[in-house]
Ligand binder design. Structure first.
Ligand code: NAP
Ligand code: MG
Length: 441
């Protein structure tokens, strides 16, 4: 339960430590990240169990997430030694014209509970490796994972003050986190409401800001798709991690010619999911993240019932204050909040459409634009979809969720501030450019 004074101290330490850290060589910073990746690998099982204990992710998915953190640390350890800056021809032959990249200074990272390891790592690792220091506020519900990850950096030899962990409620510490004068940039992942509040709180200051927000991700299944494969991909996208992924599949639009066959396949698969104790290896779907999360998902279920929606599945879940049975619903009207708002739970809305065009129009009819999928065997339609779909991540014959660490990631429309994360985009965000003219006399 950090206090506002602790946040102020963290910024003070971060500011002093950053100058020293930026004077390290890129090789030295790369080495700290490499060591961190090795230490996290040694503690893979402890970290995995901590992650599941924090927010209930099925243990095999939790392990996959920690492995992803290790891969991210290794990627940025390597990226530290990649070319930095550019050389340009000058209009003056005696001038050498180039750009150099420099760190921004002190970065504030604010992260959600649904990916307690991967999201913090893909913010902190690039921030550090390009010479910045960090004040990090993880979700209160993921504090255990955060402490473990901070300890990994410490054990890897990160100098004191370069990474500062602040735990406790985000709303309580908001002013202290976003109002400090040492702050150079904010990288935030979480809900749209909080993201927009943060954007407004720094609007009159010259601060670089990156927001990754919610999603309402559609999948489109056309008549020529491999239906067995498509139903498996949609199942994974919608139900794994208990639907609590920003890139989760929340809506599926199915062409009428195959709607019966696809509906049978997806409902059979949902009914067969193993829902239960997330610490058991065979569990496919664990609980929701918290009782509040269950309350919120139950409100969407009540809305579905009141609007006369049909529940197509009959799966069950343990009777406790966090479990919710994975569900496919249909007969939902186009304007319903069930097809416009993020549910963040294992509810998939299925709608039958006449053709590709109707599917795309419906898919785009939302304020969000994070990820989308198309299932087809037709290359021409797939190429059209890539142009027409309004999302920052586009999948063809793949689930909407799942991102690789070495490529840019982020959304369009209300899903993002449009500054991408990861891959080369991370270097762009966490550094600034000086343009240098050197003339020899
Ligand atoms: P959230 O409620 O917005 O919280 C995110 C972070 O912000 C937490 O650390 C939270 O702290 C903190 N926070 C809350 N109020 C704040 C304030 N007024 N000022 C500063 N910080 C504040 O989101 P969540 O419930 O943790 O995560 C779920 C959401 O994240 C979903 O909408 C999901 O789609 C989105 N998400 C997006 C992506 C993406 O890449 N686009 C990835 C994953 C998740 P507390 O824990 O104390 O509330
Ligand atoms: Mg919250």
């Amino acid at each position: 339960m950090s206090t506002e004074e602790m946040v102020a101290d963290a910024y003070k330490y971060a500011k002093t430590a950053q100058e020293n850290w930026a004077a390290f060589t890129a090789q030295q910073r790369s080495e700290v990240l490499r060591k961190a990746s090795d230490i996290l690998e040694e503690h893979l099982e402890t970290a995995t169990r901590q992650l599941t204990a924090d927010m209930g992710k099925a243990i095999r998915d939790a392990r996959g997430e920690v492995l992803r953190s290790i891969a991210i640390l290794r990627y940025y350890s390597g990226d530290a030694l990649q070319p930095s800056g550019d050389v340009y021809p000058s209009a003056d032959n005696s001038t050498f014209l180039l750009t150099v990249e420099e760190p921004l200074g002190v970065i504030c990272a604010i992260t959600p509970w649904n990916f307690p390891f991967a999201i913090p790592t893909w913010k902190i690792a690039p921030a550090l490796v390009y010479g910045n220091s960090v004040v990090w506020k993880p979700a209160e519900a993921a504090s255990g994972s955060a402490v473990l990850l901070a300890e990994v950096f410490e054990a890897a030899g990160l100098p004191s003050g370069v990474l500062n962990l602040i735990t406790g409620s985000g709303s309580r510490l908001s002013k202290a986190l976003t109002g400090n004068e040492a702050l150079a940039a904010i990288t935030f992942t979480g809900s749209g409401g909080v993201g927009n509040r943060i954007r407004q709180s720094v609007a009159d200051r010259n601060i670089k800001i990156q927001l990754e927000l919610g999603g309402k991700n559609p999948a489109i299944v056309l008549a020529d798709a491999d239906l067995e494969d498509a139903s498996l991909q949609v199942l994974r996208g919608a139900m794994y991690s208990t639907g609590q992924r920003c890139t989760a599949t929340s809506r599926v639009y199915v062409e009428r010619a195959v709607s019966e066959e696809f509906t049978k396949k997806i409902t059979d698969k949902v009914n067969a999911l193993i829902v239960g104790d997330p610490l058991i290896e065979t569990t496919e779907v664990g609980p929701l993240g918290s009782p509040e999360q269950l309350k919120s998902v139950n409100q969407f279920l009540a809305l579905a019932k009141s609007e006369g929606a049909t529940i197509l599945t009959n799966s069950s879940a343990p009777d406790s204050d966090c479990f919710f049975p994975p569900m496919v619903i249909t007969d939902v009207s186009t304007g319903s909040r069930l097809v416009t708002e993020e549910i963040f739970g294992p509810i998939l809305v299925l709608q039958v459409v006449e053709n590709f065009q109707e599917a795309v129009t419906n898919a785009n009819n939302t304020e969000f634009g994070l990820s989308s999928s198309l299932f087809t065997r037709d290359l021409t339609t797939a190429m059209k979809f890539i142009k027409l779909t309004q999302s920052g991540v586009v999948h063809v014959n793949r689930e909407t969720a799942g991102v690789e660490p070495h490529v840019p990631f982020g959304g369009l429309k209300g899903s993002s501030s449009l500054n991408r994360e990861q891959g080369t985009a991370a270097r762009e965000f966490f550094t600034t450019t000086k343009t240098v003219y050197i003339r020899s006399t």
